[in-house]
Design a protein around this ligand. Structure first.
Ligand code: NI
Length: 185
């Protein structure tokens, strides 16, 4: 089921999400499936549960459409429940980021170049994996959503200032992407 995506300005995007209980496996499997479908429908490469109004620590990423630009994304897609960083490199890298909750806005963001993440996968197994390149980038962007942080918060001050008008417009609902959006304001 395709879910509406909450836009910049929504309160749910600014709350720290709660750890997800693992007992309702059927419910979790359905939510993750809906998130993947919603992400694909919107042509996105990542989505966090707060973006569909669910304040729980769940994220999905799929980089397979970006493999021409980033070869490390071959076969890269993950669905993560309760992800936690177990390592973040001191070395950083910068990439252009965008977000389905902030349509038509991008900014170059610096983040750790490599990360290790421990999470529960859709088979309900605990796994730990290391990621670099654009895969690490996608996961960190989505992890931020689980803490109520948006990529524009991390943009250089001058870039943020340039985006102020655009962000205000989105918060007012003056944006019409081709996927379904909503706001909880
Ligand atoms: Ni995002």
């Amino acid at each position: 089921m395709i879910l509406p995506i909450y836009l910049y300005g929504s309160q749910v995007l600014r709350k720290a999400a709660e750890e997800s209980a693992l007992d309702d496996r059927e419910g979790l499997t359905k939510l993750i499936g809906d998130m993947v479908e919603t992400m694909h429908h919107a042509d996105g490469c990542g989505l966090a549960a707060p973006q569909v109004g669910v304040s729980r620590r769940i994220l999905v990423v799929d980089g397979t459409d970006l493999v021409d630009r980033y070869p490390e994304l071959k076969d890269f897609h993950r669905e993560m429940i309760n992800p936690k960083f177990t390592f973040e490199s001191e070395e950083t890298s910068s990439y252009e980021e965008g977000c389905l909750s902030i349509p038509n806005v991008d900014a170059s963001i610096s983040r750790p170049a490599r990360i290790r993440v421990r999470y529960v996968n859709p088979a309900f197994e605990e796994v730990e994996e290391e990621f670099g390149g654009f895969a690490a980038r996608m996961i960190q962007h989505e992890m931020d959503h689980l803490d109520g942080i948006l990529f524009v918060d991390r943009a250089a001050p001058i870039r943020r200032k340039m985006l102020t008008g655009k962000l205000m417009n989105i918060a007012k609902g003056n944006v019409h992407p081709r996927y379904r959006v909503k706001s909880d304001k």
